[in-house]
Write a protein that binds this ligand. Sequence first.
Ligand code: PMP
Length: 370
Amino acid sequence: MSCFWNNRLKNLSPYIPGEQTKDRQFIKLNTNENPYPPSPLVYEAIKKSVNEELRLYPDPECTEFRQAVAGRFGVEPRQVFAGNGSDEILGFAFGAFFESERESPEVLFPDITYSFYPVYAGLWNIPVRKIPLCDDFCININDYMIPSGGVILPNPNAPTGIALPLDDIFSLAEYLKKQNKVLIIDEAYIAFGASASVQTAIPHINKYPNLLVVHTLSKSASLAGLRTGFAVGSIELIEGLRRIRDSFNSYTLDRLALAGASAAVSDIAYYDEVNRRVIATRERVSITLKSFGFYVLPSSANFVFIKPPNIGGASGASGASGAAFAAALRDRGILVRHFNKERISDFLRVSIGTDQEMDCFLDVCKEIII
Ligand code: PMP
């Protein structure tokens, strides 16, 4: 606390990002980065952009990138908003679409979900209500069909990895549309869903003017370091995001990021292959962990949410087991994410690495539980 801080600042509870180690020895399975490199086209595009034009501001409209996204998903460029990571877009969206008066209806999201949502709500002073996930950690969409100030859901959810079928999203979007409320679907991990029912809602935005779908290039395009994301929705929602952005910082994406991101969204074949490998590894790792006695939630993402078997001495009482297991992994050179939160403190979120990294992870798990 500082006497120079205003009251808003004093009352914030900022997000705590996963550890980024400088020490290269760790196998890093803690921040859901893609273990495979970006498309070679991304390097080429960025290299080409390293020229004297860097003295000029970038295109504030992110035209080329938005066109690439629009072409890829069959929407119009004016239905696309670009941001410096999807976190920025989510932050803008809270400011644009949710009310902040004390007596305004609460915005709904799950009790176990992406921990940045309550932080944005805190920043903008938005009243929220956390809707408990079911006992099996699934979302019951009917729980959200109540009067509210709007809803935000990740699909698949994080950190559980469990996905909702599109029909559930449509029912909720329809319900909220009648109330003139916005539904934000955060599809950070949708590319790892790959099934008939787990699909992006983007092709359906024309039916729901209140539906904003947010994507990131951090996970499925191996570009966490480039900080790019985009949102797709009706022209009025996109205009709303721009009004917030242009009241804050009009040039959110730099020239190199714009070049690299445009190249990435165009190289569908490369990323389909990369993400297919991540999915195959996830399935293999899930089966093996279950055979070791882990409880493994069914994941449609590039991570698994797991509960180690009860290993007595090493794990201690319930609640300590997740932290103790994460510490044991860390001692052996593997970083995973543990959330010290009610209902999930026994669990670990493990990002899917390369096959070699995951084999090492599995060997170490075996060693710890024996
Ligand atoms: N949404 C979810 C559910 C996430 O897990 C993350 C990654 N922490 C993000 C959004 C943000 O991704 P980025 O800002 O890297 O685009």
